[in-house]
Write a protein that binds this ligand. Structure first.
Ligand code: ASP
Ligand code: MG
Length: 411
């Protein structure tokens, strides 16, 4: 069997869904099809949660109705009957007694539920043998809302037996990004987490390969929205892919490599607009190291600098304390730099940052710079680095022989 994953951009409208049908129909094996929410639905649902938490019920309801309408329009274009073919949830799954993050998971997960229902029913009506899976009941996680940890043992057993039971030949359509707790609450695995779901499915079901269908030709050496001249990297090793993903390359989610590497399952990244193109292949026997310069931007960074309040002690001795605070507050560190009296960390800017800074302030003198980006250049040369620095305000730079990392002020 193979795993196919379609992201939000590939199912943003009725044409996208028809394209999924074409790709799925021409597959030469049983398929586990993992799908994200349509288009920008996840962002829209996040705004519903924000409005509800702020007590703006009318605003939330209006946004919710817009989201439902968006899906209804796609259903109609596909010849489906909203309400008859697909049940629509009228009420927002919100419970004011629950914590924000728990409500977030109940609400935001509806994006994937809707997209997979629409696509499963559409494929069925086109005569394909399809089963729709409800991942909150199958992919068991803990209750770390918005960043749930998957219980591999339980999930593997449930998913394997579900797969064995399903009729053959078959196509299973399942939600990426979401799972559920033992007591029946839906959870999410962290933004952009559908790739990770696809990788887990590949691992659990011993897939021949996992294919991520994207709106780009494959893995490129730079983001085509930023750099006009990009080059496709046809073959990579797992370790190089992990490094690219952690540096912020948008094509693959960092967590999606390990489950595949563990079972030596190749990961293919292919353009959904051109299914016969070869794309990129990440595998055990991939070609490495990558021999062209690779540019990776990680946006929305904040640089936090800590200085010891009392110069009589060495900051290095507080390292474990600093990282404990950072870890407990769920910040993701993208770069670390230290001097004798300061430590700077670059982290993804999020709502977790403010409380972290508060906590750090009780122990250190803290300053920060926001609206930053981190540019990682792999395979750099002095000339390339010079070129990259030109016209940019560099807050910090870290270079080794082959890799340069620049913290840059956003324009
Ligand atoms: N729909 C979710 C998100 O946008 C998951 C995903 O797309 O992978 O974050
Ligand atoms: Mg998405």
């Amino acid at each position: 069997m193979k795993v196919y994953k379609f992201g939000g951009a590939s199912v943003k409208d009725a044409d996208g869904v028809r394209n999924v049908e074409r790709i799925v129909r021409s597959a030469d094996s049983d398929l586990m099809v993992v799908i994200s929410a349509m288009g920008k639905t996840t962002n829209a649902l996040e705004r519903v949660v924000e409005a509800l938490a702020a007590g703006q019920e009318e605003k939330a309801l209006a946004q919710w109705v817009d989201i439902i309408d968006f899906h209804v329009a796609i259903m109609k274009e596909l010849g489906l009957r909203p309400g008859a073919d697909i049940r629509l949830q009228g009420e927002i799954p919100y419970d004011a007694r629950l914590p924000y993050d728990q409500n977030y998971d109940q609400i935001v997960s509806t994006g994937e539920i809707l997209s997979t229902q629409i696509i499963a029913v559409y494929l069925l009506k086109q005569g394909l043998s399809v089963e729709w899976w409800n991942m909150p009941k199958l992919l068991r996680t803990d209750a770390t809302w918005r960043e749930a940890v998957v219980d591999d043992k339980t999930s593997r057993a449930v998913i394997r037996s579900g797969w064995e039971r399903a009729g053959r030949p078959h196509i299973v359509v399942a939600q990426g990004f979401i799972g559920g707790t033992a007591d029946g609450y839906r959870t999410t695995l962290g933004r952009e987490g559908s790739d990770y779901t696809a990788a887990l499915m590949g691992n659990y079901l011993d897939a021949e390969s996992v294919t991520i269908w994207k709106d780009v030709q494959g893995i490129l050496n730079a983001d085509p929205r930023i750099e006009p001249n990009t080059v496709l990297i046809p073959s990579l090793r797992y370790q190089d892919a992990v490094e690219l993903a952690y540096s912020g390359a948008q094509v693959i989610h960092p967590k999606s490599i390990r489950p595949l590497e563990n079972k030596r399952i190749p990961l293919l990244v292919k353009p959904f607009g051109d299914p016969d193109a070869s794309g990129s292949r990440i595998a055990e026997d991939g070609v490495g190291p990558i021999d062209i310069p690779v540019y990776i931007w990680r946006k929305n960074q904040i640089l936090i600098t800590m200085r010891a309040k009392d110069f009589s002690f060495v900051l290095e001795e507080s390292l474990s304390e600093i990282f404990d605070i950072i870890h407990r507050n769920r910040l993701k560190v993208s770069l670390i730099q230290s001097s004798a009296v300061t430590i700077s960390v670059c982290v993804d800017d999020s709502r977790f940052v403010a409380p972290t800074i508060e906590e750090l302030k009780s122990r250190f003198n803290v300053s920060y710079n926001d609206h930053l980006s981190l540019l990682t250049i792999r395979g750099t040369t002095p000339e390339i680095l010079e070129q990259a620095k030109k016209g940019r305000m560099i807050m910090l730079s870290q270079t080794t022989r082959r890799t340069a990392r620049l913290v840059v002020k956003e324009e």
